[in-house]
Design a protein around this ligand. Structure first.
Ligand SMILES: [Zn+2]
Length: 419
């Protein structure tokens, strides 16, 4: 059985302009054809038709930096007993899917519970997004390790680092996450300070590479970013102080290393004026937000590849609002189409999954969202579930509004309701 979505405006997740009167044909969860209706010659198979009335159809969004263990707690304290944590993570994962985020990369889980959640979603016991996991955040001995006990794996020295990497691989990690510098969301943490020594970073990347796992580097300070790049990491998370050294930005552009700027969390904290936010969290974000924006702008202008990562789970940064990160990237200087590509085609490239995911092109997974307004005219539409009509994952409707009149044949076994 083929699925024919017709009369849609196609935004395919490449830099191509929206295409009106397009059709999209899906077979076995994959895209068979996407493009002008005149280019489609018809199916030999039985076909389920759906007229989308001109609505905008784009790839399911990919968020390359989330924390399923957090629900936006004001003090950034994620702690929970294991059973409760599993439910919390599942609930957060489903909020992503219901908001059109069909793929997430978790860069700091909790006591390995996220692996169980991923497995149960993969086995279709529960609906949820596709998940790429890093397991624990590998860190030097420092204050954050106590604060985020359960998320951190402390490792000092080359031997312990190799062991820490092996543990994540054993648990089923797709990525290895390293805290190269201090953090904003750790009290007394110094984001500019390089934590690991260069031999330690190199050993971590070497060990990860041996197991075929790419490395995501949490790095604010430019010295740490430089060392991470030289060691061979694939993504730089945050990159707040990149603006201090154009040569490092140039190096990222030349080597195709992705920047994941995570601007939303700072804005959520600054704009909320929530008196429950600890003063140190507010002050540190106020101090660095402008610099983080400038760093993104300079990196973007220099041709550094950018991927969307919202850091949802952090204070007041709620699962399901991820799409606002795309808007904030535009506000910092990216074009609307490039910000959107950062959350689709480029995000898939950052994950190394672009051969089968991230754009609406022949052969790719049929993960898509349908919205009733043009997101390129206002990217905030992507975080407004009133505009979201339905979400498809692998060619099946996985989330939709209750009143949606979709053919029953299109539905997955379990479907989430969009609020
Ligand atoms: Zn994070």
């Amino acid at each position: 059985m083929d699925i024919l979505l017709k009369n849609l405006t196609l935004i395919d997740g490449t830099r191509r302009a929206p295409q009106e009167n397009a059709v999209l044909v899906i077979r076995d969860g994959k895209i068979l054809y996407a493009g002008a209706s005149s280019g489609w010659s018809g199916s030999q198979e039985e076909v389920v038709n759906l007229d989308l009335g001109g609505h905008f159809t784009l790839p399911g969004l990919i968020d390359t930096h989330v924390h399923l263990a957090g629900s936006g707690e004001v003090d950034s304290q994620f702690r929970s007993e294991s059973g409760a944590m599993a439910l919390k993570m599942l609930s957060n994962a489903q909020k992503n899917l219901a908001a059109g985020i069909t793929t997430v990369r978790d860069l700091g889980g909790w006591n390995e519970v996220e692996f169980i959640v991923r497995d149960w979603i993969q086995r279709r016991e529960f609906p949820g997004p596709r998940m790429s996991l890093a397991g624990r955040f590998i860190s030097i001995t420092e204050v954050g390790a106590d604060y985020y006990e359960g998320m951190y794996r402390v490792a000092d020295g080359v031997d312990e680092i190799r062991k820490a990497v092996r543990e994540q691989v054993k648990h089923g990690a797709d990525w290895i996450k390293i805290g190269v510098t201090g953090a904003v969301l750790v009290e007394h943490g110094e984001p500019g300070l390089t934590h690991f020594n260069e031999d330690e970073i190199r050993a971590l990347v070497e060990e990860s590479t041996k197991f075929g796992r790419p490395v995501a580097a949490h790095a604010h300070g430019v010295d740490g970013i430089h060392k991470a790049i030289r060691a061979g990491v694939r993504t730089i998370e945050h990159g707040t102080f990149l603006f201090q050294d154009p040569a490092v930005i140039q190096l990222m552009a030349e080597q195709g290393i992705f920047l994941i700027p995570t601007l939303k969390v700072g804005w959520d904290i600054i704009l909320a004026k929530d008196s429950n936010i600890p003063a140190w969290i507010l002050e540190k974000n106020k101090a660095t937000q402008g610099e983080a924006e400038l760093s993104l702008k300079l990196a973007y202008e220099a041709g550094v590849p950018i991927a969307m990562g919202s850091d949802v789970g952090t204070p007041l940064n709620f699962h399901g609002e991820n799409g606002l990160e795309i808007y904030w990237m535009q506000q910092a200087g990216m074009s609307a189409i490039d910000a959107l590509v950062a959350a689709t085609g480029n995000a898939a490239r950052a994950l190394g999954w672009d051969s089968w995911l991230g754009t609406l092109e022949t052969g790719k997974a049929a993960d898509l969202i349908v919205v009733d307004a043009n997101p390129l005219e206002d990217l905030r539409i992507l975080a407004d579930q009133n505009h979201l009509q339905f979400v498809m994952k692998e060619g099946q409707v996985a989330a939709c509004h209750a009143e949606n009149d979709l053919p029953p044949a299109l539905f997955a076994e379990q479907v989430l309701l969009i609020q």
